[in-house]
Ligand binder design. Sequence first.
Ligand SMILES: CC(C)(COP(=O)(O)OP(=O)(O)OC[C@H]1O[C@@H](n2cnc3c(N)ncnc32)[C@H](O)[C@@H]1OP(=O)(O)O)[C@@H](O)C(=O)NCCC(=O)NCCS
Length: 145
Amino acid sequence: MIRPLRPQEAPALAEALAHMDPWRRLGFSDDGLAGYLSRDDANLLRVVYEEEGRPVGVLCLRSPWLRGPYVELLAVVPDHQGQGIGSALLAWAAGQNGGNLWVCVSAFNTRGRDFYGRNGFVEKAELNDLISVGEDEILMRKRLR
Ligand SMILES: CC(C)(COP(=O)(O)OP(=O)(O)OC[C@H]1O[C@@H](n2cnc3c(N)ncnc32)[C@H](O)[C@@H]1OP(=O)(O)O)[C@@H](O)C(=O)NCCC(=O)NCCS
């Protein structure tokens, strides 16, 4: 079930993300991620994929962005990866308004790049040193119409 993220769920999710790549390698902290997941931001839709009463996936969608929304964060906890949850969250995002869906993926995240490619995204630009010096991000676009 996909439903809005509850603010009280942010700290545990943030801790899980801070221990996972790409966030671990890029130097994100538990506190920084918890703040991002819970602060007031009217243009950021935050949803979770719930299984057996607990969030096992999270997607943050910035909308409006660029003629369609931007997937700012997408993660599935390690013991639930590879079961279609990430794809289901992306399908939810594609069902929101807009002609394009955008995402940035770290260049080193080859599995993530493959995942988005198989979900219809095309690599459009390389953004050098965007989050961390020495690490490139790849901007990807999916046309929705
Ligand atoms: C990338 C991610 C969101 C995909 O979600 P998911 O629920 O595991 O993906 P699905 O089950 O829908 O699809 C599985 C595919 O994703 C790819 N994938 C990417 N990272 C993966 C991982 N760590 N574990 C398993 N599959 C992964 C695989 O290629 C897999 O394809 P396959 O089944 O043909 O091997 C999730 O694996 C994840 O959170 N990874 C770590 C964080 C990340 O890279 N986020 C996206 C970039 S910001």
